[in-house]
Every structure is written in structure tokens, then in C-alpha cells.
Design a protein around this ligand. Structure first.
Ligand code: GLT
Ligand code: MN
Ligand code: MN
Ligand code: MN
Length: 386
């Protein structure tokens, strides 16, 4: 039971399952896995695909011969595990050259190098069939606003994105770019801190149609936001091109825990909104196993993400068909149909009718909203007693 259904397009970044347990205070606790070994692990667990940064697959200083060999091994591993590569991305954060940002560095040569590195990462992704390109500006920020003018940083970001769009067109890759926000870490402050910032910024680009968002649960929770509401906004804007699923305690560092391991109720409502509104792009798990875990436990990590999603999708469906719950929902959402219709139009006639209507606010306030009951039923369904 709960075998991963390909319709969900569950994917893992090579950097997620491949995480060796290094943290700012400690050395690795697990051996390095090759891209092919990672494919075997997630393939065995039943994933749909894998994603990579350019340098997850090809080390930055690899020779042509090494590159060819890695690509050969990786291609074979994808094939034997029937894995796709729906998304690729670029590492603009590990190397010292990006110590003060990539697209937002003061140095035009660093900015141009970052754009060129992204061009090459786009070439690499396209070789493996990727159609989504994620851009996470981990170093695009500052510790102090004395260091960098944030107004200019926004303009530099726009210039870089416009260049990437132009390259995408020139090469005919057909990528959709998915912009991933994060409020801080590794920088003290990161520009375009939340998904909502990107939703607004996209409209200022030369090719807004090519850009959407890649919200990550943990990143919005770090900012103290309700992730489900961010997803609603992205879905409404038709900009949810990709999603990074994981989990996170509020008010902590970037924890990247297994999906559903910290805030099960939030995760339930997240799965429900994705399923209710028929989100159809990959469901990517951007998280890593606990530092204490070994290789065997990694398998629990990989399948656990997907199992939790499927179990919550099943719960969401039960919620949608539960008689008591739906009867309550019906009562709560019921209202005068004629007035609802008026509100849907902004015609002169609607404006006039609403301006002239008479309402009894005391009577309106009398409507029962048994939210305790509805939430408790929801919780009991989640806890498995309904
Ligand atoms: C890095 C980051 C993630 C991003 C990845 C894409 S890399 O692990 O923490 O949130 O999605 O660059
Ligand atoms: Mn994270
Ligand atoms: Mn992250
Ligand atoms: Mn992410």
C-alpha cells in the first residue's frame, strides 16, 4: 500500500538524498553517493524522477573525459530506474566567487560569469529533457544594507533573468523558469524574500509568461507565513510551475525535514489545495534525512516523503466526501444566490444594486459558524478515527 503513483510526479534533487549530513558545526556522517547510486535508491523507492544542480552532476572542475563518463553512468541509471529529469537548476552559491552574490554581485564580471554558468546549466538540463529551470538566489542578499543597494540589486536580478529568457528563446529549450524565494540563510537577508515578492517581480520582466514560482514549505515557514496561502496566490496567478515539499518548525533555521514530519495539519491543507486545484507539475521533495541517519534509514526518508503525501491525498479525498464534514461545509458556505451573483460582476447594474440594497447586520451576524465542530472533525479524520 501507498506505493508512489506516477501521476504525482514525485521527484528528489540529487542534493537531497545525497546530503551527507554536514552542517555548520559538524562533518559528514554519511558517505558520498554517486548520482547513479542516488538514482538507484529513489528509483527503488518508486520516485518519478530526479533533479540536479549543474555541479551535483558534473563537479565544477571535471575534465571533458570525466564529464562524458559521468553522463554515461547517469543516463544508464536513469534508464534502469525509469526516472525522468523534469527540472534542472544551477549552483550559484557554493563557490567563493559568489561570496557576495551572483546576479546581484557588485562586480559585472561576476554577474556575467553567473549568467554564463546558468546558460551552461540550462544546456545540461536540456540534454536530460528538463523543461523546468529553478532559480534559487541563495547568495543574493546582504548582511548589512551598507554593503549593497537593494534597489540596484533588484535591477541586476531583472537584467539576469531577461538574459536567461533570451537564451531560452535563442536555444529553443522551452524552459519555464521557477523562482524560489527564501528570507535568509545563508545570507543575513535575501532579496525577493517570499513567494509573493516574486509574483509581483515577474510582471516587470521582458517575458513574464516564461517565469513562475517554486515555493518551498520551509522557506515560507521561516518567514512565519502560512504556506497554503502562498500556494493559493501562486495557483490563482497560474504561476505555480514547481513546488519544493519538505517541513520545518516555525521560528527555526532552514531545517529541510521530511515532508509531514513537523506540521502535519499544514501539510494536509497543502496537499488538499494542490489536489483540489489539480496541480500538475512535479512534486519535488527538497529535504534531507536527519544527520543521524545511515544508508538504510535514508530509504525510509525517501519513501516516507512520498507515503505521507499519498496518505494525505487520501485524507483530503475523504474530507471532500465525508458526509458530516460536507454537510457542515454546505451550511457554512450557503448564502443568498442572487447576492452572490451580483458580487461576481462589476457592471454598473451590480454597483447600483449593491449601493441601494438594504442589509440587516444583526440578522446577518446571527448565522452560525460551527468552526470548532468542523475543525475537530477535520482533526479526527487526520488522526485516523474517522
Ligand atoms: C539548496 C536550497 C534549496 C533550493 C535548491 C535549488 S539548493 O538546497 O536550500 O532550497 O531549492 O537551488
Ligand atoms: Mn529549506
Ligand atoms: Mn532549501
Ligand atoms: Mn528548495
Amino acid at each position: 500500500t501507498w506505493k508512489p503513483n506516477p501521476k504525482y510526479k514525485f521527484t528528489f534533487g540529487l542534493w537531497t538524498v545525497g546530503n551527507v549530513g554536514r552542517d555548520p558545526f559538524g562533518l559528514p556522517t554519511r558517505p558520498d553517493l554517486s548520482p547513479a547510486q542516488i538514482c538507484d535508491l529513489v528509483g527503488e523507492a518508486g520516485a518519478y524522477g530526479v533533479n540536479f544542480h549543474d555541479n551535483d552532476l558534473i563537479p565544477i572542475d571535471a575534465t571533458a573525459a570525466e564529464t562524458a563518463e559521468i553522463k554515461r553512468d547517469f543516463t544508464a541509471a536513469l534508464k534502469r530506474n525509469k526516472l525522468k529529469v523534469p527540472m534542472a537548476t544551477v549552483n550559484l552559491f557554493t563557490e567563493a566567487v559568489f561570496k557576495d552574490g551572483a546576479f546581484t554581485s557588485h562586480d559585472p564580471a561576476v554577474r556575467a560569469y553567473a549568467v554564463q554558468k546558468t546558460f551552461r546549466a540550462m544546456d545540461l538540463g536540456a540534454e536530460f529533457g528538463a523543461k523546468i529551470f529553478v532559480l534559487w538566489g541563495g547568495r543574493e542578499g546582504a548582511e548589512s544594507d551598507a554593503h549593497k543597494d537593494p534597489y540596484i540589486a533588484i535591477q541586476h536580478t531583472r537584467q539576469a533573468f531577461n538574459l536567461l529568457a533570451a537564451y531560452n528563446i535563442e536555444k529553443g529549450y522551452g524552459y519555464k523558469f521557477a523562482l524560489e524565494a527564501k528570507p535568509n540563510e545563508p545570507r543575513g537577508h535575501i532579496y525577493n524574500a517570499v513567494t509573493g515578492s516574486y509574483l509581483a517581480f515577474i510582471q516587470t520582466l521582458e517575458h513574464p509568461e516564461m517565469f513562475g514560482v517554486n515555493p518551498e514549505v520551509a522557506h515560507e515557514h521561516m518567514a512565519g507565513l502560512n504556506f497554503v496561502h502562498q500556494i493559493a496566490a501562486a495557483l490563482d496567478a497560474k504561476k505555480l510551475f514547481h513546488i519544493d515539499l519538505n517541513d520545518q518548525e516555525f521560528g527555526r533555521y532552514d531545517q529541510d525535514f521530511r515532508f509531514g514530519s513537523a506540521n502535519l495539519k499544514h501539510c494536509f491543507h497543502l496537499v488538499k489545495i494542490l489536489e483540489d486545484y489539480k496541480y500538475n507539475a512535479p512534486r519535488s521533495f527538497d529535504c534531507h534525512a536527519y544527520r543521524a541517519s545511515d544508508f538504510e534509514d535514508l530509504k525510509w526518508f525517501a519513501s516516507g516523503n512520498m507515503r505521507t503525501y499519498e496518505i494525505l491525498a487520501d485524507k483530503a479525498q475523504r474530507w471532500n466526501t465525508d458526509k458530516d464534514i460536507q454537510a457542515l461545509v454546505k451550511k457554512i458556505t450557503a448564502g443568498d444566490e442572487k447576492i452572490a451573483k451580483l458580487l461576481k460582476s462589476s457592471s454598473k447594474a451590480s454597483v447600483k444594486s449593491i449601493a441601494e440594497a438594504s442589509f440587516d447586520r444583526h440578522e446577518l451576524a446571527n448565522k452560525r459558524l460551527p468552526y470548532e465542530q468542523l475543525d475537530q472533525l477535520t482533526m479526527e479524520l487526520l488522526m485516523g478515527v474517522r
